[in-house]
Design a protein around this ligand. Structure first.
Ligand code: CTP
Length: 409
C-alpha cells in the first residue's frame, strides 16, 4: 500500500526509539522507501547500523556529514519526502519544531520540508501533560502537523499513564490511511475538471412594498457547500445567490439576486455555457401581484394580498435542456419518494436530491442534512446524516461518475 512512497523517518532520543526498528521494517515491507534521520540522543538507544540495514538506505545524524557533493543532504531529504514521520518524538524535538529551531539534521530537515509532517510523541506522563508541551503540540497542530497520540499504559520510567509511543502497527496503519485519503483527495480534485457548474443558493425575496417582502427560511448552506465542493473538484463555478445566512465563499464568482424572476434571468445568462446546473435555491412559488412603489398604509379593515405564480426555474430549464446535467432539490414533509419522483419527472431533472425536512439534522439552517438522491429509475443512494459539505461531495461524485465515468469512491 505504500509502494513508492518516500518517507523520511525521524527518530529522536527516548527509550521508545527501539520501537522505530519495527516501524522502519514494517514501512519497508509495505513498499515504502524509508530514509532515516536520527538525533544524536536517539543513537544512544538504537544503532545507525540497525536502521541502515532495515531501511536499506544511509542513515543521517550529522548535518555536516555531507557524503554526496551533488546535494545538500538535509534539503535533499526535505524535498524528496512524501511524508516526514517523527517516531518517537521527544518533548525536546516537539519544542524545537514549535519554535523553529534548526540545530541538527532532523530539525533542519523539518524546517526545510514542504511535505506533510506526522508526529508520534513518546515521553513520561507528566512531561506529556506539562503546559509547555501541550502548548507546543497545539502550535504544531494549528500548523497542520498530524499527531499520532501516544497510548496509555506502563511507561519505561515506571509511571502508568499516557505517553507510550503508539504501537508500530498502528502507526503504519495511520500512515496508510493518510496516503489513501491523499490519493482520494487528489482524485476528487480533478473529478470535475473542465466542467462549468452553476449553483443557485439561498432564498428569493418577493417585494410587497419598499419595506416589506415575502421570503423563506433557506440559509444557503447547502448550495454554498455544493459550490465550494465543485470548485475543489476542479470545476469552474458560478454561484447565483439569493439571501443567505452564511458568508459567501471567496474565489467563486457570485451573482446576487432578489426575486425568483431575477434568479431566472441570472440562471438563463449562464445556461448555455453550463455543463452542470444545481438548483438548490428555495425559490418562492408565488409573488404579490402588485408591488407598491411607496409604503402601504395601514387601514381599518384586514388586508388580502393577491399572489401570482412565479416562474418555475427548474421546470423551465428542464424543457430547454441541451446536454446540460440538471439537478433539482426537493424539501418534503411526507411521502418523500413519491413527491421526489414526481418532481424529477415533471421538471426533467437528471438527479433530484430529496430530504424530509421533519427529520432531525435535515433541511433549512442546519449544518447537516439527510438526503436521498433519485434518478429517472428511482433511488440512487440513500445518504445517512452527514455534514452539508459531505452531502455536496457525495452528490458531485455521483455526477462525476455519470459524466466522466470517474469513480471517486
Ligand atoms: N424551483 C424552481 N423554481 C420555483 C420553485 C422551485 O426552480 N419557482 C426548484 C427548486 O429550486 C428545487 C425544486 O424546484 O430545486 C423543487 O422545489 P420545491 O419547492 O421542493 O418544489 P415545488 O416545485 O415548489 O413544489 P411544492 O412546493 O409543491 O413541493
Amino acid at each position: 500500500m505504500l509502494q513508492g512512497k518516500k518517507i523520511v523517518l525521524g527518530i529522536t532520543g527516548g527509550i521508545a526509539a527501539y520501537k522505530a526498528a519495527a516501524l522502519c521494517s514494517g514501512l519497508v515491507k509495505q513498499g515504502a522507501d524509508v530514509h532515516v534521520i536520527m538525533t544524536r540522543s536517539a543513537s544512544k538507544f538504537i544503532t545507525e547500523l540497525t536502521l541502515q540495514t532495515l531501511s536499506r538506505n544511509p542513515v543521517h545524524i550529522d548535518t555536516f556529514d555531507e557524503r554526496d557533493p551533488e546535494v545538500v543532504t538535509h534539503i535533499n531529504l526535505a524535498d524528496l519526502a512524501d511524508l516526514v514521520l517523527i517516531a518517537p518524538a521527544t518533548a525536546n524535538t516537539i519544542a524545537k519544531m514549535a519554535h523553529g529551531l534548526a540545530d541538527d539534521m532532523l530539525s533542519s530537515t523539518l524546517l526545510a520540508t514542504m511535505a506533510p509532517i506526522m508526529v508520534a510523541p513518546a515521553m513520561n506522563v507528566h512531561m506529556y501533560q506539562h503546559p509547555a508541551v501541550v502548548q507546543n503540540m497545539n502550535t504544531l497542530v494549528s500548523r497542520g502537523v498530524l499527531m499520532i497520540e501516544p497510548g496509555s499504559g506502563m511507561l519505561a520510567c515506571g509511571y502508568v499513564g499516557k505517553g507510550r509511543l503508539e504501537e508500530p502497527e498502528t502507526i503504519i496503519r495511520v500512515v496508510q490511511d493518510f496516503f489513501q485519503a491523499q490519493a482520494h483527495r487528489n482524485q476528487l480534485s480533478q473529478a470535475l475538471a473542465g466542467k462549468k457548474v452553476t449553483v443557485t443558493a439561498g432564498a428569493t425575496v418577493e417585494r410587497i412594498d419598499p419595506v416589506r417582502f415575502i421570503t423563506n427560511d433557506s440559509s444557503g448552506k447547502m448550495g454554498i457547500a455544493i459550490a465550494k465542493s465543485a470548485r475543489d473538484m476542479g470545476a469552474s463555478v458560478r454561484l447565483i445567490a439569493g439571501t443567505v445566512q452564511v458568508p459567501l465563499p471567496e474565489g467563486i464568482e457570485t451573482v446576487r439576486v432578489q426575486s425568483a424572476q431575477d434568479m431566472y434571468e441570472a440562471v438563463l445568462g449562464e445556461w448555455n455555457s453550463t455543463d452542470i446546473m444545481v438548483q438548490t435555491a428555495a425559490v418562492a412559488d408565488y409573488r404579490p401581484r402588485t408591488v407598491y412603489d411607496t409604503k402601504m398604509k395601514k387601514k381599518d379593515e384586514g388586508l388580502t394580498l393577491e399572489l401570482e405564480k412565479t416562474v418555475d426555474i427548474l421546470e423551465s430549464l428542464g424543457q430547454r435542456k441541451q446536454g446540460q446535467f440538471l439537478i433539482g432539490f426537493a424539501a418534503e414533509t411526507n411521502d418523500v419518494a413519491e413527491h421526489a419522483m414526481g418532481k424529477l419527472k415533471r421538471k426533467n431533472c437528471d438527479l433530484l436530491v430529496a430530504n424530509d425536512v421533519t427529520t432531525v439534522g435535515a433541511g433549512f439552517g442546519t449544518d447537516t442534512n439527510v438526503v436521498q438522491i433519485y434518478d429517472a429509475d428511482g433511488l440512487v443512494v440513500d445518504l445517512p446524516l452527514m455534514s452539508k459539505d459531505d452531502v455536496a461531495i457525495q452528490l458531485l461524485s455521483v455526477v462525476a461518475k455519470r459524466l466522466n465515468g470517474v469513480s471517486t469512491s
